[in-house]
Design a protein around this ligand. Structure first.
Ligand code: NCD
Length: 321
């Protein structure tokens, strides 16, 4: 069974086998990326446009590199968050771009749902590079690949996701993905940073790090998303670090071989101690960045193949959902 989707808008529509299909192909791209000749021509002749309506360093660079390694023509559009204030403007932008016949559109937007809306207006494959608090599917996939390679499996693990769950699309996509793959997920953070719909997630919830981290295999830390906060969610950063920042003492409650993850950008001394982040025996933060390029190559490869199959005349219902 292949990957039968036209877009990658979130983890929600993906099945277990879709996820495995992307990760298996990404493993091959990890090998390619570690070789001297890092390029292939899978996307040769195709045009990839990156539209980031929100600042990004690693995700945009990662998508750009992924497209270039596969031979695509990659264009980065500098979109200022301020230039897009109305839904109408977003749709106009989408229509303008569509007229240029891109094959792959990579979109990050501050509003949840904006990328889905855009996907309805264009003819090409759309990849969500993060929309508001909603989803960030390639981040969850790269996290999954990192976990699978470090732990040798992606099921029946105890995984703690810690910190600002409420404002984090990374947390949402990871909760969905890791849940689909049958892991036990614990959410740890202050009640003010837990989403209101928390009970629907089927996760265990803790507000004490030492208790929540007990015997976990994976510790995933999150940045405090201050740009999405409109009030006082924490008393102070110092107090937050004291209670929820990952340091050696709190980490000692996890399994001895537990790995430490962070999607970046990291605030050292706020959600994580710098020494833990740099400890290569525990931290897989750099591997996450490496897996990001491979996962994005795999996702764009699969979407481009589906577009080709559709163009060959198979009805979209035969190949795609
Ligand atoms: C994340 C994001 O943008 O949601 N970063 C990323 O993509 N690497 C997490 C964050 O900004 O904290």
């Amino acid at each position: 069974m292949g990957f039968a989707h036209r877009h990658l808008l979130g983890i929600e529509p993906l099945s277990q086998s879709d996820i495995t299909c992307i990760l298996d192909l990404a493993d091959q791209y990890v090998t390619l990326n570690r070789s001297a000749q890092k390029t292939s021509d899978v996307l040769k002749g195709l045009t990839q446009i990156n539209m980031f309506f929100e600042n990004s360093t690693r995700t945009q660079a990662s998508f750009e590199l992924a497209g270039k390694r596969l031979g695509a023509d990659v264009m980065n559009m500098a979109m200022q968050a301020s230039s897009i204030k109305k839904g109408e403007t977003l749709i106009d932008t989408a229509l303008t771009l569509n007229a240029m016949h891109p094959d792959l559109l990579v979109v990050r937007h501050p509003n949840s749902g904006a990328v889905d809306l855009l996907a309805q207006k264009v003819n090409c494959a759309v990849l969500n590079a993060g929309d508001g608090r909603h989803e960030h599917p390639t981040q969850a996939l790269l996290d999954a690949l990192t976990i699978r390679r470090a732990k040798g499996r992606l099921h029946r693990l105890n995984i703690a996701i810690c910190g600002d769950i409420a404002h984090s699309r990374v947390a949402r996509s990871n909760i969905i993905l890791l849940g689909k793959m049958e892991n036990r997920i614990r959410l740890i953070g202050p009640p003010t940073l837990m989403p209101s719909e928390i009970s629907e997630f089927g996760c265990e919830v803790y507000d004490d790090m030492r208790e929540g981290l007990k015997d976990v295999d994976v510790v995933m830390m999150l940045r405090l998303q201050k740009e999405r906060m409109d009030g006082g969610f924490i008393p102070s950063e110092r107090e937050y670090y004291h209670r929820f920042g990952l340091d050696a003492d709190k980490l000692s409650h996890a399994k001895d071989d537990a790995i430490v993850m962070h999607p970046g950008p990291m605030n050292r001394g706020v959600e994580i101690d710098g020494d833990i982040a740099d400890d290569v025996t525990r931290s897989v933060i750099q591997e996450q960045v490496e897996m990001g390029v491979a996962v994005r190559m795999a996702a764009m490869h699969l979407l481009a193949e589906n577009a080709k199959a559709a163009a060959r005349g198979m009805s979209s219902s035969e190949v795609m959902v």
